[in-house]
Design a protein around this ligand. Structure first.
Ligand code: DAH
Length: 351
């Protein structure tokens, strides 16, 4: 004879729950829910017997009691099974999913630096590095910056040795933190003969108060190319190629006359604003252009300082700030954020 439907339902529910028990605690919980004196489901079913019609009472009672015994036995068997399955103390469960180590992320400034290095490597430039603690000669003097030049004013330069240079520059302390990577032009030419094609990436330091666009420490990449027939046209073409590769193919590049002591002529280089594509916006101050780097033809005085024949050789140089490029490319409105180690920013970059 088939068991009454309410008994069958309860059996099905119990079996499903039994399947899901994993430890002794689960088994005990299950027992409470089915056989518990107060709220147990089987006990509740038995209590309904009194109200059942007499002709059903017997069959229902028998079936319910049979289920109760069945559940007792099943719970007992399950308890034994899960107890046995328990690993010995200290055992390692090799089936657990591993804990993946959280990988770090590439720093946005490193990404830009590597991109610039890749662009110039591909067209034959060598990547060179030099000291951040630099001497006055390489940072200023040999770059055609006379002692009284404003760029070497102690306001801009962080001197080492704790010494403060006297006005006029005589008896200046020997060491400083390089204010730009341009000193690498001198260092490289002192030890190499043309033809030269180098870029020199690295940290530079200035006595600046940090704000949205200034940091006392930032990164530059210097470029230098020297040969016998080098022209301003080469500079233009190379920088156009560089800036289009770095930003995008539609980027337009403009050159405006400028002044740097170590180049003649000198130029400031602009690209179409990355925000408004040249239409004019707040970032580019409605001009449609953003200044991106300084460049020019190497000044003959610089060649003389390194013992090159300035009649025979010509060359060009440029310097670009990585922080500024990164701020534009990644739309970061405050360059101080590149040095704050804020994971909200850093985790957005690939690992
Ligand atoms: N040294 C300059 C700066 O720090 C950048 C620069 C301008 C580098 C012109 C150059 C150059 O090589 O030719 O702002």
């Amino acid at each position: 004879m088939d068991a009454p439907p309410e008994v069958n339902q309860l059996r099905t529910a119990f079996r499903a729950e039994l399947e899901r028990t994993a430890g002794p605690r689960d088994v005990q919980d299950l027992r409470d829910r089915y056989l518990g004196r107060k709220r147990g489901r089987v006990v509740a079913l038995l209590k309904t017997l009194a109200g059942a019609p007499p002709e059903r009472r017997r069959a229902l009672g028998q079936a319910a009691n049979a289920l109760k015994q069945e559940i007792e036995a099943a719970l007992e068997a399950r308890r034994a099974a899960v107890a046995e399955a328990r690993p010995p103390a200290g055992a390692v469960d090799v089936t657990l999913p591993g804990r993946a180590p959280a990988p770090g992320h590439r720093h946005p400034l490193s990404l830009i630096r590597e991109e610039i290095e890749a662009i110039f490597s591909a067209i034959g430039f060598e990547i060179v590095h030099g000291p951040e603690a630099e001497d006055d000669y390489h940072n200023f003097e040999a770059l055609n910056m006379p002692a009284a030049h404003p760029a070497r004013d102690m306001q801009d330069t962080l001197y080492l040795d704790g010494a403060i240079p006297p006005p006029g520059g005589e008896g200046r302390p020997a060491t400083l933190l390089r204010t730009h990577t341009s000193g690498m032009q001198i260092r490289y030419m002192e030890t190499h003969e043309p033809p030269i094609r180098i870029i020199a990436p690295g940290l530079v330091y200035r006595r600046d108060t940090p704000d949205l666009t200034h940091s006392p420490m930032f990164q530059q990449v210097e470029g230098l190319l020297v040969g016998e027939t080098v022209t301003m046209g080469d500079l233009k073409g190379t920088l156009e190629h560089f800036l289009r590769a770095l930003f995008d193919d539609d980027t337009r590049v403009a050159f405006r006359p400028s002044f740097f002591p170590y180049t003649e002529p000198s130029t400031e280089v602009f690209i179409t604003c990355v925000f408004c594509r040249g239409g004019g916006c707040a970032v580019c101050k409605r001009t449609g252009w953003i200044e991106i780097l300084g460049a020019g033809m190497v000044h003959p005085a610089v060649f003389e300082a390194v013992g090159y024949d300035a009649e025979r050789f010509t060359g060009w140089a440029f310097g670009v700030g990585i922080d500024r490029v990164a701020a534009l490319k990644y739309r970061v409105d405050d360059i101080r954020r590149f040095y704050a180690n804020d994971l909200h920013l850093l985790e957005q970059f690939p690992s």
